[in-house]
Design a protein around this ligand. Structure first.
Ligand SMILES: O=P(O)(O)OC[C@H]1O[C@](O)(COP(=O)(O)O)[C@@H](O)[C@@H]1O
Ligand SMILES: [Mg+2]
Ligand SMILES: [Mg+2]
Length: 322
């Protein structure tokens, strides 16, 4: 099985970008180990702190964030970082060519129940003369990402990664700590009979999403004339991995549950990197109004609606929104 570096070089990845990606993965290997130790490593449970988004931080959120932040800033490969667990961006090496936005631990509500969690990252070019402390350097649309990926900490540790030449899947060989290529190119089937949404929010959705989901649930007795199955892992990294592996539609739509927060998922370090991975695997990633990677960000922790997955099924869902 082929190791990550030669595969990325083959995909035209520069030595520097490869070094940056390997730096991120070094931290993810440590997170994988800590997650795997569970209660034995004292990392379960919550802290008493909240992040800027008003979410109580899990100990693993804080630990994963610290591991990634330290290794990236010490590496000298980043001009600045943005993280779900950092209220503001953090300046790095002013001469570096890249900036990284990351969700150090996705699926935090799963940490204490031994369920799927992951790390999501988005790499963009750093504007040359810009001040590393200026958060505006992160206000780039997703189609400007130079690389995106996630590491899923499950029964095995898997990496989905793209540098714009297709989406590759690697598995961590824990015997010697290397990521080995296990899926040459992920290809999302265009059609599916599997959907993922948090159905407990149904009464808060817009009518278009209500109608779309009602017709899925009506199955072969309804206008879709086929049965659909539902899955919800409550970790975007897990639900998107399933979509990359066997297709499906994953959505966290806008809702009226909390008028101040009509969206759940964050653009810079959840929606954009997942959108690049999905599009590079032949799928679609949309908000219901526009392609996710065309959005011009205006805030570090900005949230958006997400509808992504199998091309024909997402298009059908979007037709309900027209
Ligand atoms: O609690 P809900 O409504 O099921 O939301 C689950 C969603 O929230 C998230 O856990 C948010 O991400 P974080 O865990 O990184 O905050 C997503 O991974 C997941 O898709
Ligand atoms: Mg997340
Ligand atoms: Mg998180």
């Amino acid at each position: 099985m082929r190791r990550l570096p030669p595969v990325l070089i083959e995909d035209g990845c520069s030595r520097e970008l490869l070094s940056l990606i390997r730096t991120i993965l070094a931290a993810c290997k440590e997170i994988s180990f800590r997650v795997g130790q569970g209660a034995l490593s004292g990392v379960l449970g919550s802290t008493l702190d909240e992040n800027i988004q008003g979410e109580t931080q899990k100990k693993l959120d804080v630990l994963s964030n610290q591991l990634l932040k330290d290794i990236l800033l010490e590496s000298g490969y980043v001009k600045a970082i943005a993280s779900e667990e950092e209220d503001y961006t953090v300046a790095g090496n002013p001469d570096a060519d890249y900036i990284v936005a990351f969700d150090p631990l996705d699926g935090s509500s799963n940490t204490d129940i031994n369920s799927l969690v992951g790390t999501i990252f988005s790499i963009m070019a750093a504007p040359k003369e810009a001040d590393p402390a200026d958060p505006a350097i992160f206000m780039q649309p997703g189609h400007q990402q130079v690389a995106a990926g996630y590491v899923l900490y499950g029964p095995c540790t898997t990496l989905a990664l793209t540098t714009g030449k297709g989406t590759r899947i690697f598995t961590l060989d824990k015997t010697h700590g290397s990521f080995l290529l296990t899926e040459e190119f992920a290809k999302i089937p265009e059609d599916t009979q599997e959907y993922a949404i948090n159905a407990s929010n149904q009464r808060h959705w817009q009518p278009a999403m209500q109608n779309y989901i009602n017709d899925l649930q009506a199955g072969s007795t309804g206008p879709r004339a086929k049965d659909f199955n539902m899955r919800w892992i409550a970790a975007m990294v897990g639900d998107v991995h399933r979509v990359l592996c066997r297709g499906g539609i994953f959505t966290y739509p806008t809702d009226t549950k909390n008028p101040e927060k009509p969206y759940k998922l964050r653009l810079l370090y959840e929606a954009n990197p997942m959108a690049m991975l999905v599009e590079q695997a032949g799928g679609i990633a949309h908000t219901g109004e526009q392609r996710i990677m065309d959005i011009a960000p205006d805030a570090i922790h900005q949230r958006v609606a997400v509808i992504l997955g199998s091309k024909n099924e997402v298009e059908t869902c979007l037709n309900y929104h027209k």
